[in-house]
Design a protein around this ligand. Structure first.
Ligand SMILES: Nc1ncnc2c1ncn2[C@@H]1O[C@H](COP(=O)(O)OP(=O)(O)O)[C@@H](O)[C@H]1O
Ligand SMILES: O=P(O)(O)OC[C@H](O)CO
Length: 499
């Protein structure tokens, strides 16, 4: 038997998943690692935790499956995006903790760049906004705040990378300093139309281009693992940012196909084909995947709090012990009450991009309790998704060669296991929601990219035919109620932003 090893390096844990020749999951290993919050709004990871949990889970999954490294044809890597690392070319030692995508420390840098009138130029090239979310200003911050770093970077002694680059550097023993086009597209430094690093933006942020990795297709030769890691070298043949890997795993290969992943946050990607669509509604333009030198673009809506609101009910309020308890609570909630929770714990992402806004609860009465709060938490995920889809619809229907909103939303991620949430989602967006049999879509996307190059997995069309539906949720809510509830949500978001 031959296998593909997929590495999914996420925000809270690292996972290693073995896929067999039929693209079935054979074994999984997962390890969490600590989050560091040095100041309010700052989020860091210790780079050695990222590496040790990846190496550890890879070894564990091989042992669990009872196979040898010789049976692994190739490795595919997918990763939390935007998280920024700088390390020494000689020693491989990072000069700072990884600054995580959620980290807001560069808000002032972004504001200053916006005020100086640079946002339009940056958006035109990168498809992104001047928001602390992306890597560019995080990298600038590390260079500004570590003595001598900029000079060492100019001299070629320091390297920059997103998590994929760092893991490949470690796995290949420093032989490869590379990334893929989807990760590059999240840095704020990459021109997604020209397919190369932007000198103009690097100059603007004073980032020496010597430290940037080489950008490759998603299915390409990223190097081979050093001998001592698995006892024999294994090629790394696939790389994609996790949301793009999920888009691939969901086989959203045709323009107009749309997926939404419900993990800690929620990320919806709409395939827009060979042309990048510039959003007029504050969505992001990004690369969905790049194969054979050709990028396929996407519009992306990013919500920072989705499943995290359920975690808050569990860990913050201690209202539930397990995420799945939200469903019976929501079912028991009083239909006469309209409690609305705006989960802006770390500001609002797309399409609002309000870093200062904080969470709020509206419509409480003396009878409101855990059931109404749980329902409001699950509903907030549906409302936020509708916000994204409305913006996408406006951008997409403005394009001349196609019309109308995408008819179906493909979902995945931990929270998509909640039937109640998926039914409400379908009700509030007024479209069908398709949940696939395999919810390991992110890892599957990375595995397919690697297996494609290894000659183990079929080409795009045949792979798309393997996508299997588990359940479709169709809208059941009367149109009038859908409109009424969504209007109440819009009023609540507006009010939360005025506090
Ligand atoms: N049955 C459920 N109902 C509601 N939320 C759930 C359920 N199961 C998991 N979740 C939520 O999904 C998230 C975990 O999803 P996962 O895809 O593993 O996230 P991530 O990759 O961001 O760590 C958690 O935030 C959890 O609260
Ligand atoms: O690690 P996840 O699954 O929370 O994904 C994080 C995203 O890539 C951030 O853009």
């Amino acid at each position: 038997m031959t296998y593909i090893l997929a590495i999914d390096q996420g925000t809270t844990s690292s996972r290693a998943i073995l896929f067999d020749e039929a693209l079935h999951v054979t074994a999984v290993a997962q390890e969490e690692f600590p989050q560091h919050y040095p100041q309010s709004g700052w989020v860091e990871h210790d780079a050695s935790d990222l590496w040790s949990t990846v190496a550890g889970t890879c070894r564990a999954v091989i042992e669990r499956a009872g196979i040898t490294a010789a049976e692994i044809a190739a490795i595919g890597i997918t990763n939390q995006r935007e998280t920024t690392l700088v390390w020494d070319r000689e020693t491989g030692q990072p000069i700072h903790n990884a600054i995580v995508w959620q980290d807001r420390r560069t808000a002032a840098i972004c504001a200053a760049l916006r005020e100086a009138g640079h946002e339009d130029m940056v958006t035109e090239r990168t498809g992104l906004l001047l928001d602390p979310y992306f890597s560019g200003t995080k990298l600038k911050w590390i260079l500004d705040n570590t003595e001598g770093a900029r000079a060492r970077a100019k001299a070629g002694k320091l390297l920059f990378g997103t998590v994929d680059s760092f893991l490949i550097w470690k796995a290949t023993g420093g032989a490869s300093h590379v990334t893929d086009a989807t990760n590059a597209a999240r840095t704020l430094l990459y021109d997604i139309r020209k397919g190369r690093w932007s000198r103009t933006i690097c100059d603007l942020l004073d980032i020496p281009m010597e430290m940037l990795p080489e950008v490759k297709d998603c299915s390409a030769d990223f190097g081979v693992t050093r001998n001592d890691l698995f006892g024999r070298p294994i090629p790394i043949f696939g790389v994609a940012g996790d949301q793009q890997a999920a888009t691939i795993g969901q086989a959203c290969f045709r323009p107009g196909m749309l997926k939404s992943t419900y993990g800690t946050g929620c990320f919806a990607l709409l395939n827009t084909g060979a042309t990048p669509v510039r959003s007029r509604n504050r969505l992001l333009t990004t690369i969905a995947y790049q194969l054979d030198g050709t990028p396929t673009y996407a519009l992306e809506g990013s919500i920072f709090v989705a499943g995290a609101v359920v975690q808050w009910l569990r860990d913050g309020l201690k209202m539930i012990r397990a995420a799945s308890e939200t469903q019976p609570l929501a079912e028991a909630a009083d239909p006469a009450q309209s409690v609305i929770l705006v989960p802006a714990f770390t500001g609002l992402g797309a399409p609002y991009w309000n870093a200062e806004c904080r969470g709020a609860i509206f419509g409480l009465s003396r009878n409101s309790g855990p059931a109404e709060l749980a329902r409001a938490a699950l509903e907030s995920v549906g409302y936020q998704t509708r916000d994204l889809l409305e913006a996408m619809h406006l951008d997409w229907s403005g394009e001349s060669d196609h019309a109308g909103a995408p008819a179906t939303l493909r979902v995945d991620g931990g929270m998509s296991a909640s039937d109640w949430t998926m039914q409400f989602l379908s009700d509030i967006i007024g479209a069908s929601v398709d949940r696939p049999v395999t919810l390991e879509t992110t890892a599957m996307g990375a595995a397919w990219l690697a297996g494609l190059r290894a000659g183990l997995y079929p080409a795009q069309e045949s792979f798309a035919e393997m996508w299997a539906l588990e359940r479709t949720f169709t809208p059941q809510m009367p149109e009038s109620l859908r409109g009424e509830k969504y209007r109440a949500w819009k009023r609540a978001v507006a009010a939360a932003q005025q506090v």
